[in-house]
Design a protein around this ligand. Sequence first.
Ligand code: MSP
Length: 644
Amino acid sequence: MSERFYITTPIYYVNAEPHIGHAYSTIVADVLNRFQMLSGTETFFLTGTDEHGDKIVSAAEKFGQSPKEYVDQISQMFRDLWPKLNISYNRFIRTTDPYHQETVRLILSLVKEKGDIYFSEYEGLYCFGCERFYTDRELEDGKCPDHKTEPEVIKESNYFFRMSRYQEWLIDHINGNPDFIRPERYRNEVLSFLSEPLEDLCISRPKSRLTWGITLPFDEDFVTYVWFDALINYVSAIGYPEGSLFEKFWPSAQHVIAKDILKPHGIYWPCMLKSAGIEPYRHLNVHGYWNIRRGKMSKSLGNVVRPLELVDIYGLDAFRYFLLREMVFGLDSEFSEAALVARLNADLANDLGNLVSRSLTMAQKYFKGDLPEPGPSEEADEELKRSALELVDIYEELMKGLTLHKSLMAIWEVIGKVNKYIDTMAPWVLAKSDRERLSTVICHIFESLRIIAGLLWPFMPGSAEKIQDQLSLSKRGKDFTLEDLKAWGRERPVRSITKAPALFPRVEEVKKEKKSNQSAEKGKAPANEGNAKSYGNLPLISYEDFQKLDLRVGTIKAAEAIPGSRKLIKLTVDIGEKRTVVAGLKDHYSEEDLIGIQILLVANLEPVKLMDIESRGMVLAAADRSGLHLLVPDTEAAPGSKVK
Ligand code: MSP
């Protein structure tokens, strides 16, 4: 194992607030980083925000802010989130940081000196969503595979990076280093891409079209293409070219990304590094996508899962555990709150939580909290000890291979064994008949728990440290290296063991509590006091009034822009019958986003004419500072279903 470890997350675009996809990548990087700490390695963990480019400019415009005001605000949202998810990063980089901009200009100069940058006129198909040109081959039915929109033809003069020059070198490098890109499916994907001739990369944008970027060092009239700028963060953050952190950590660099940005990381970035005379990174670790109901999660679809909302309800470690246990690293996963609740109750409350709590109770009850020395071991004790010690090695292998869910499964197998050992040994019987055996059994339970807590620390740092505290151990977290964990029987509790509150309350209880709080609140509401006519300034309506509204579930069958209108979209909605509805959604949703989704419609409004089209209904949406959020049924309902 190398003694140094440098891990990075993607630097996230600041055109949207963080969601569980961003949280997942960052938590994975945190777990890998903490695992290396347990191995006694010196680590450096980088995250940050990507703040240049068209996307950011249009997002800022939407809010009537300057790009700088806007990026400051959203970047801060990411920065504020990470401590709440217990992410222990070392540096947070922003591509608007002056030192980063200088490094980008330096690298551009180096690559230019090398003869790898040339100026040329180019006409190509450009997707504004992706901020890049597409080749015909990459499009699906003539549309961007990601945004499902037709790219626009753009003709302009730009600077190009001679990426094609490095194609053969990159193929050789990937073949010579089979774990350069992992898991294997993504390595194959990159190799398959490289089996066709590689085109050069357009790395500039004329200032006539975009000014929000880093000016090229060799031409004042152009800014740097956002990907060429962003990728360089991985070296600028650690002080390339001369910083001591760069020298120390770059040779061990590993990136964590999702499959959406495989090409820039698997192709552009190694070629850029090679051209600039920098060693390639060590590993590119690529994971799959979190989807919602088999669809993509996106702000425009209004199905974004916000990490802090889940953390508030279920607790941070339940959230971290669920993401890491549920997703097979490299494959896509479906997010569902029901699955989270099931895992929380079964794995955390039942298996782990109960094990800790029954163990503490026994230490209290049979030894007043002061653990005795163990007596001679029997075969069953040795077997438990073997399983717990073997777990450390198995875990190490699985973690190194990025199979995080399997590491957790291996830990849970041993948790199951300890629970079974307790049931078989029946300490409550031994307490009456054989105090020496009882001591041996309790010591084996506590030693196993010590190992379990230590191995859980990268995944659930807060809970692991709580367990270490409850076991009265002298060390916490990273101070228990894997070597320490294997030293069976060496650590003694430093004070008496006491009982402690449940680590993971069952979720039904959390929900009940929430509900009862809500009903307590309701009890205070004026409406329940008999004759109130308003809630604050809101006049009350009668139930009969409410019943006059005919609200229906509708499926959007077609969505078309209305020529001449900046805001309106013409929808064809199926509510059992076809309705034409004109809705002011264009600022927030693209036509493509809307087709196929279900919405709620006020179906009995008088028709109105908008832009010469008769609109027969109104779509319901919530409005806040970030824009409009369509109200949608949480699972698919028959078109025309009545909302009650
Ligand atoms: N700014 C670029 C990255 C530049 S890195 C030099 C970017 N930003 S992003 O905000 O769009 O973040 C993309 C990354 O966020 C993905 O690669 C992944 O790490 C994470 N995720 C965003 N949505 C995701 C899911 N639905 N599921 C899993 N992770 C995803 O691309």
